[in-house]
Ligand binder design. Structure first.
Ligand SMILES: Cc1cc2nc3c(=O)[nH]c(=O)nc-3n(C[C@H](O)[C@H](O)[C@H](O)COP(=O)(O)OP(=O)(O)OC[C@H]3O[C@@H](n4cnc5c(N)ncnc54)[C@H](O)[C@@H]3O)c2cc1C
Length: 494
């Protein structure tokens, strides 16, 4: 089938899936007011693949059929491949200005990595390696979209999965049948789940002895019988794009997934019952590094958008000559350049792996994973500090054309721009710094890569610290020798 169009994607979502919003079952996710604009934004990404302008950036020839498939499925074998992947990710990220963190290229990348290590899954069961390879090819050739669900419900974090009061609050295997695994329980979060085709599930990497039944990795369609998708409160307020230019287009709905004795066929099982393989999987396969290439490129696209907003605020209300404003904008620029430099360094310092893949430098991308969750809140703070009261003091879309429109033109204008331009910009900024959409974006950037505390600590724990300690040990040795020589010289001089 190869690359799909937006309408192919939309039609695929009309599959009877069980999605709940505000206590009601959604009949059709593609027409529901809280979901349809998000669906349209993803559909646009699929349409872009067919645009002659973007075709060669966003797609490549399938090694199986020769038809065009999405570039984010490409298993990189050279630095040039990494750059091709970067250009494709950037193009999609720019289409949403980085607001849809889980655009399909994120999980296409995940799947590409998992399928590059069939022998890892074979350690669990000789069928599982082939399962993951065939699943990757199936998703690539049919251009499906995936969500992923890793994190367990936030019930009692002081206990392991098997220690929870109800053994099936966390998603676990109830029994095995000749057809596959029966799973019961929930996963806390799957972004985009109401409008992706399938979900891939793998365990949060903290399993210990006793947690065997929670050690399951698999993928199923979202219309699988017994699978319930419960959405959070929508952020698309359907109030018009002038009032909510971002929320009205890019709310990538997050959902809890409940598995009510769901059958996962054997050909869709990738790991089962092995705590050690489940817990080591992400690091052993370098998964966070490959996905961090995509997420860092998206972070850069978003940062560029925020920079544009900040620069325009400074221009529109003419605060650009104040020193502290310049200092804050300069700070944002250095954040942008740091992310950009890390992406480039990750490509130029990439290393070849035994399986023929080239892996971007993990340290450079780890730096973005750790710093972007700090950069982003600071950039939002800077927008608040420079936009100040004007951020919220904007009239609604209706006021612009209503009876007060002449007053609005006079009192809402900027230093050198019309009221319409200034209001448009400040409403855009408000969507990011003040609105529900912006709050969710902030939480996303803090947590998309996992818990920032444990992530940063892992940087220390896994870092090769010896060379740095050697520098200091050598210096101390040198100091002692120097001191000894000085004392000898002094004694000789006496
Ligand atoms: C907007 C958004 C979208 C997301 N999308 C997805 C998705 O699509 N798929 C998916 O699987 N996940 C998704 N996530 C989940 C994300 O991976 C988690 O939020 C993240 O891993 C943190 O887990 P948690 O939210 O359960 O927090 P918790 O783990 O419950 O942490 C709460 C607090 O307790 C501390 N804490 C908890 N346990 C420990 C410990 N053992 N040691 C030290 N401190 C601890 C944490 O540091 C934190 O301060 C998303 C999250 C957000 C906010």
């Amino acid at each position: 089938m190869a690359i799909r169009s937006g309408i192919d994607y939309i039609n695929g979502l009309r599959d009877g899936r069980e999605v709940w919003i505000g206590g009601e079952r959604v009949k059709d996710v593609t027409t529901h007011p809280a979901l349809k604009h998000g669906v349209e934004s993803i559909a646009n990404l699929y349409d872009m693949q067919h645009d002659p302008k973007y075709r060669d950036i966003l797609t490549y020839e399938s090694p199986v059929t020769g038809e065009r498939v999405g570039m984010s499925f490409l298993a990189p074998k050279s630095v040039e491949d990494l750059i091709r992947r970067r250009n494709a990710c950037r193009l999609w990220a720019d289409a949403t200005h980085g607001m849809m963190g889980r655009s399909p290229d994120f999980l296409n990348t995940t799947l590409m990595v998992l399928a590059s290590y069939p022998e890892y899954f074979n350690q669990c069961d000789p069928r599982f390696g082939q399962n993951i390879v065939e699943y990757y090819q199936y998703v690539r050739e049919n251009d499906l979209s995936l969500t992923h669900a890793i994190v367990d419900p936030q019930i009692d974090r002081s206990k392991q999965p098997h220690e929870q009061a109800d053994p099936y609050t966390y998603l676990g295997v109830v029994r095995e049948t000749s057809d596959g695994l029966i799973l019961r329980g929930a996963k806390m979060l799957a972004t985009l789940a109401p409008y992706t085709d399938e979900v891939i599930v793998y365990p949060f990497p903290n399993l210990r002895k006793g947690d065997e039944k929670y050690a399951a990795a698999f993928a199923i369609p979202l219309n699988t019988s017994g699978l319930k998708i419960i959405c959070r409160e929508p952020l698309d307020l359907s109030r018009g794009l002038i009032d909510h230019p971002l929320g009205g287009r890019f709310d990538e709905m997050d959902a809890v997934l409940i598995f009510d004795d769901v059958l996962v066929p054997w050909e869709r099982v990738f790991l089962k019952g092995n705590v050690d393989l489940s817990t080591r999987m992400q690091i052993a396969l370098h998964l966070p590094t490959f996905t961090a290439h995509q997420t860092s490129i998206r972070a850069l696209a978003k940062t560029d958008f925020l920079l544009g907003i900040a620069f325009l605020i400074a221009e529109y209300i003419d605060i650009k000559d104040f020193l502290h404003v310049q200092e804050k904008l300069g700070e944002m620029i250095t954040m942008r350049e740091t992310i950009n430099a890390c992406i480039r360094a990750s490509e130029s310092d990439a290393v070849y792996l035994k399986n023929g893949l080239i892996r971007p430098s993990d340290q450079a991308l780890q730096a973005v994973r750790i710093w972007f969750p700090k950069f982003y809140p600071r950039m939002i703070e800077i927008l608040q500090l420079i936009g100040a009261g004007g951020l919220m003091m904007t009239p609604s879309q209706h006021d612009l054309t209503g009876i007060m429109s002449e007053d609005i033109k006079k009192y809402y204008r900027g230093a050198h721009v019309s009221a319409e331009d200034r209001i448009g910009l400040f409403k855009l900024a408000w969507d990011l710094v003040g609105d529900g959409f912006g709050s969710r974006q902030l939480l996303y950037e803090r947590y998309y890569a996992g818990d920032p505390v444990r992530l940063t600590a892992r940087s220390y724990l896994t870092y090769d610290r010896e060379p740095y300690m050697d520098i200091v040990r050598d210096f101390l040795d040198e100091t002692r020798q120097l001191q000894y020589r000085r004392e000898s010289n002094l004694r000789a001089a006496k």
